[in-house]
Structures are given as C-alpha cells and as structure tokens.
Design a protein around this ligand. Structure first.
Ligand code: FAD
Length: 392
C-alpha cells in the first residue's frame, strides 16, 4: 500500500474546528468532483464556466470572513484555506472568486456606506451579483498610488469618469466594477460602484494570455460615465483606503500560491509513483526524491507562514508588510515548486491533461498580480529600514 499523497505534511488542518474542517472538505469535494473534470478544457478555450456560479454560491463561502450583510463571519484563516482549496484544483477559479469576494466585496465592506453595504453585499454573498475591481491601467500598474490616469470630476450630485483600465478580472460579465479614479480637483483617489449598464462603460475581453486563461480579464473604457454621488464609495477618501483592501486580499493571494504549489506537488507525486523507467517507479530514484522533498519543504514553509499570517489577520494585527512578505515569499516558492513538478514528469509535464502544466503557467500570474515581487519587496524594505525606495 502506497503512503498517502497530501500536501499538508504537518497536519495543519488539525488546527481547524470540526465545523471548519467540514467546510474545507465540502469545498474540496466540489472542486474535485465539479471543477477538476472541466478545468483544462475551459482554460484551453479561454472561456469561463458560467454554469458553476450557482453551484459555487451554494457553498456559502463568498464574503466568508465578513460580519453581517448575510456573510458567514468565519475567520480569515478559513478564508485563506478556501483560497488554497480552490487554487489547489484551479487557480483561475480561485482568482475569479478572489476578485469577486475579496477585491470587489472587500472594497464595499471596507469603504462603502451602510446603505451601499446593504444594497450590494447580501446579493454578492449569494453570488446573484458578481463584482470586479478596476485599479490597473494600460500605462499605470505598480505606480497606481500616485499616478492614476482615470479621472473623476464632480458635477452637482453626479461624477464624470474618464479613462482606461487594463487587466480587470471578471469585468466582461460583472454586474458592478469598483473603479478607482483620481479626483481632478483634490487629486485624491476615489472609488466608484460602476454598474455594467452605465452609458460610456465598455469592457473588452483580453485575448492571448498564457496564464489564468479561464479568467476573463478586460480592458475597460470609461467615456464620460456619469455616476451618481450615491454610487461613490463613501469611505474611500485616498489611496490609503484602496491599500487597506489590497492588504486584506494580498493575504488571500499568498494562500492562493500555496494552493497552486500544492496542486502541482500532489499531482507530480502521484505521477512519480505510477510512472516506471528502468523497471522501477521513478519515485524510487534519489534525484526524483530530492525534487519531491524540495517541493514539500517549500510547500510546508509557505503553509505554516500563511497560517500565522491569517492568525495575525484574525487578531487585527496584520500590517501591509506582513501581507507583502507572505505574498513575495509564497509566489517565489510556488514558482520553484511548479517547475520541479513539471520537471519530474518529463515531457508529460507540459501536457495539460497531466494536470501540472496549468499550474506552471498560472504561477506566473500569481507572481505578478496584487503587487509584483519588486513592489512587495519594497514595502517590506521600507518597513524594516525606515527608507522608502519607491520613486515618485
Ligand atoms: P509594471 O508596473 O509596468 O512593472 C513592470 C516591472 O517593473 C515589474 O517587474 C515591476 O516589479 C517593476 N517595477 C515597477 N516599479 C518598480 C520600482 N519602483 N522598483 C523596482 N521595480 C519596479 N489589476 C486590477 O486592477 N484588477 C484586476 O482584477 C487585475 N487582475 C489581474 C490579473 C492578471 C492575470 C494579471 C497579470 C494582472 C492583473 N491586474 C489586475 C494587474 C496587476 O495588478 C498588475 O499587472 C501589477 O500591479 C503590475 O503592474 P504592471 O503589469 O503594469 O507592471
């Protein structure tokens, strides 16, 4: 009998309550039964499986850690574990969910007025309305804090928005996109709930991605869009408020990296036990075992780090630099894990049906979004030295 294949080597799941463990198993079963069989096909065709949204809604995990507004009020640790479980099977689906539940719902949860929360969060929790988050622009990525080209200008009780956004996940079909824009008068960044039917709003699908192909990223044009004051996020007054949302979601992206590494590791381990060369399973060769143990070490370090990260978040002690360090470390280690997973599979490592190639590609997107390695490194560097290396 072969030993089990499980990327939770130090049994961190034992830290969960029986109730939390049930949620984890429910989500894992959903991902393995419903998503695993279709993940490669949708990824290959760069299409989104819309039919799974009502099924995902039934899992009751959107807005998992938020309190009130129909949200379950679970811990951030559980939210992280959910990001891992989704990514362990399909990083694209995890990203779709992270954009909706983390970036979009999170912006409303942290920056919305009571009325805005009442209007949007219960429907978004039930996934009857889907959200997107528009910060990045064609000419402004890492430097979004100071340089947004999208502008807003107040005109009586409406705001006029103009500009372009790029990379906006879910935006081709989202009901609402949180658009971040620079106020022409005060120069401060403000957030808006832009409904899909808004005149002057267009979202065009980006083609030819080599990673996260299932995620529908869009380029957005805002051409004199008129947004009522009631749809301006009432508690978003500067980029600091945008950064508060990103701090929360960056922690979930670190967990996503764990899921990506775990999926690749578990599939590769399974493969090496079955695949025979020179009359023996390749798992019996020392050089292969070295790869497997390197993968497991990285994975275990990432998981334990993320556990502590989520504990800090649950104790309301999470800082920007905590989240950035975890995001940098996990996205770098994941790249190493997936490339070793691909390596131990030989040629089959680059074929989608062997269930590792997709993780190799998707790790590249995790590496760059929610702050690149350089930007998150500079956030930590600033915190530990007291010197900001950002150039404005
Ligand atoms: P740039 O900012 O142009 O950076 C290019 C390179 O220069 C990077 O290596 C960067 O680290 C480096 N660099 C930049 N500044 C410095 C510096 N001061 N010091 C040292 N090096 C520096 N955005 C959204 O708003 N919503 C989304 O839903 C969304 N989804 C995404 C999904 C995917 C698959 C991807 C790839 C991106 C997504 N993004 C989204 C955008 C993402 O957040 C940006 O790609 C990211 O912030 C980097 O910006 P950029 O790509 O413009 O790179």
């Amino acid at each position: 009998k072969l030993p089990p294949i499980d990327g939770d080597f130090y049994d961190l799941a034992l830290q969960l309550t029986p109730e939390q463990r049930k949620i984890q198993i429910k989500v894992r079963n959903f991902m393995e039964d419903e998503i695993q069989p279709i993940a490669n096909d949708f990824w290959n065709r760069a299409e989104f499986p819309h039919h799974i949204i009502p099924k995902m809604a039934k899992l009751n995990i959107a807005g998992l850690a938020y309190k009130g507004y129909g949200c379950p009020g679970e811990t951030f640790l559980m939210e992280g574990i959910m990001a891992m479980e989704l990514a362990r099977v399909d990083v694209s689906l995890s990203t779709f969910f992270g954009v909706h539940s983390g970036l979009a719902m999170g912006s409303i949860y942290l920056c919305g007025s009571e009325e805005q929360k009442q209007e949007w969060l219960p429907k978004m929790q039930r996934m009857e309305r889907i959200g997107a988050f528009g910060l990045t622009e064609p000419e402004v990525g890492s430097g979004a804090a100071g340089g947004l080209g999208t502008t807003c200008k107040q005109d009586g009780d409406t705001w006029i928005l103009n500009g372009n956004k790029k990379w906006i996940g879910n935006a081709t079909f989202a009901d609402v996109v949180i658009i971040w824009a620079r106020d022409e008068d005060s120069n401060q960044v403000k957030g808006f709930l832009v409904r899909k039917e808004t005149e002057g709003f267009t979202a065009t699908k980006m083609e030819n991605k080599m990673a996260l192909r299932t995620v529908q990223n869009a380029e957005i044009t805002l051409d004199n869009c008129r947004i009522p004051e009631s749809d301006r996020l009432q508690n978003a007054n500067s980029f600091k408020d945008t950064a508060a949302v990103l701090k929360m979601t960056r922690a979930a992206v670190a967990w996503q990296a764990v899921g990506c590494a775990r999926g690749a590791y578990e599939n590769a381990l399974k493969y090496t036990k079955k695949r025979e060369q020179f009359g023996r399973p390749i798992a019996s060769f020392q050089l292969i075992q070295n790869h497997l143990v390197e993968m497991l070490s990285n994975l275990t370090a990432m998981q334990t780090l993320c556990f502590r990260l989520s504990e800090l978040q649950d104790q309301e002690l999470l800082t920007d630099e905590h989240a950035s360090l975890a995001k940098v470390f996990c996205s770098m280690r994941t790249r190493d894990v997936v490339s070793r997973a691909r390596e131990v599979m030989g040629g089959n490592g680059i074929l989608l049906e062997y269930n590792v190639a997709r993780f190799v590609a998707d790790a590249e997107a995790i590496y760059s979004y929610e702050g690149t390695k350089e930007i998150n490194t500079l956030i930590v560097g600033r915190a530990i030295t007291g010197y900001s290396a950002f150039v404005s």
